[in-house]
Design a binder for this molecule. Structure first.
Ligand code: ATP
Ligand code: MG
Length: 429
């Protein structure tokens, strides 16, 4: 290996390049607006947390804790730390630590990178991003319905189509235990049909077996005892309540009895949003978690969406989304014009316009090529002629910019350039 070898990024961890920025920015804007629209406040927790937080909060026998966490020992003080694989545990930790629910319920949201050591493939990465919301302190199904409506609004505002809601109820722990006993008995009676993964999980996490993607086990799983049959009156009332609210909002959903979610802390409602068999968002209620992490018992529900998967759908819905580099591109030639151009660019920025000033010289022709490629709607041109007259030429670049038309130009006194360009933007509405 030589000292000048190319050093590459880490497998499964992506660069988000400027070409994709338009999608990321739209998603971030829509998310921030929608969260505000429902009274959610943003919280930013650290990317690194104590490993114990996830082991306790997510559950020891989950995929994440068993094999997906980036954990390490802090070389300086021996602490066991982990790059967050999800954010709910961190948000709940922070809410407890800072007593955020002391004066009543609290709605929080977050956005940021998560880390899971999975096999990278399309839509599955080792660093990926999630946006999520957590409603803490609410017991009733109205809170569950509200986070679901918030998701639906996100899909609508992002222009996604075909996103389908699946829901289920996981009941309470004692109901799941009764179901689990029945499930283990059923699976043991059919042990010959279990694959290796299922045999390993039979006693540790049999519920997860229902989530198997192995085609050979589908019939077995289909015939397994269903949790819904083990739910008591209160759990059923909560589930019915949620469904009544969704129906009242004309929000279509499908009950998927096999929807179990990967994380241990869920109870009652769980849901996923699915497009063509791919899950883009999952959530539900996790009433036990706050107490499990050392807080006062506080019911809660929320969701997390996978940003990369959502952006892939945005791209499908709108393949051409692109941002222009700037509003105005400044073209200039000659030493004096260079000084005037730098000044003109600053004045234009003072007026709120996004300006790229050409740097590095070159012919007018090559500079105009760059101006066109930048997506700017106007070029400001400064040559010796213009500078001598204390003027600039404003050239309108886009054919679709109505009245002015592409290629049209006008001479304008230097001090009026910003005014003329802004007047044009306002006329165009
Ligand atoms: P899957 O079954 O696809 O592994 P999950 O149940 O592990 O998903 P959650 O922990 O519920 O996923 O995370 C919520 C969302 O985050 C998922 O619906 C998905 O959109 C996204 N997500 C999860 N893991 C990844 C990953 N490795 N790469 C990209 N996105 C991911
Ligand atoms: Mg997973």
């Amino acid at each position: 290996m030589s000292k000048t070898d190319k050093i590459q990024g880490v497998r499964g961890m992506n660069d988000v390049l400027p070409a994709d920025e338009a999608y990321w920015r739209r998603l971030e804007d829509v998310v921030a607006d929608s969260m505000r629209g429902y009274g959610y406040q943003r919280i930013r927790t650290p990317i690194v947390e104590q490993t114990r937080l996830f082991v306790r909060g997510i559950g020891e026998v989950t995929d994440i804790v068993e094999k997906e966490m980036y954990s390490f020992t802090d070389a300086l003080n021996g602490e066991q730390l982990t790059l967050r694989p999800e954010c709910t545990a961190g948000v709940v930790r922070a809410a407890i630590e800072h007593n955020l629910t002391y004066d009543g319920p609290r709605r929080l949201w977050y956005s940021g990178p998560m880390f899971r050591h999975e096999r990278p493939q399309k839509g599955r990465y080792r660093q990926f991003h999630q946006v999520g919301a957590e409603a803490m302190g609410f017991t009733g199904p109205d809170a569950d319905a509200e986070v679901i409506l918030l998701c639906q609004r996100l899909w609508d505002d992002l222009g996604l189509v075909g996103v389908q809601l699946e829901i289920n109820s996981l009941g309470q722990a004692h109901e799941r235990r009764a179901h689990r006993d029945a499930l283990i008995a059923y699976l043991e009676a059919n042990a010959g049909q279990l694959d290796e993964d299922a045999r390993r999980r039979l006693h540790s996490n049999p519920l997860r077996i229902l989530d198997t993607k192995n085609p050979a086990m589908q019939a077995l799983v289909e015939g397994a005892p269903k949790l819904i049959g083990f739910l008591g009156e209160e759990s059923l009332a909560h589930f019915d309540g949620l469904q009544a609210l969704l129906r009242a909002q004309n929000l279509p959903y499908r009950i998927n009895p096999r929807l179990v979610r990967g994380l241990d802390y869920y109870n009652l409602s769980v849901f996923e949003w699915v497009v063509d068999g791919l899950t883009i968002c999952g959530g539900g209620r996790y009433d036990p978690l706050v107490e499990m992490l050392g807080g006062k018992p506080t019911p809660a529900c929320g969701f997390a969406l996978g940003v990369e998967r959502v952006i892939e759908l945005m791209r499908r819905a709108e393949p051409e989304l692109a941002e222009s580099l700037c509003d105005v591109y400044v073209v200039h030639q000659g030493a004096q014009a260079g000084v005037a151009a730098l000044q003109a660019a600053e004045r234009l920025r003072d007026s709120g316009l996004d300006v790229v000033m050409h740097c590095g010289g070159g012919s007018f022709k090559s500079q105009f090529r760059k101006a066109d490629a930048s997506g700017a709607f106007a070029a400001v041109v400064l040559g010796d002629d213009e500078v001598a007259a204390g003027e600039a030429t404003v050239k309108w670049l886009r054919a679709d910019d109505g009245a002015a038309g592409s290629g049209q130009q006008q001479r304008v006194p230097l001090e009026r350039v910003a005014e003329v360009i802004i007047g044009f933007v306002q006329d165009e509405g």
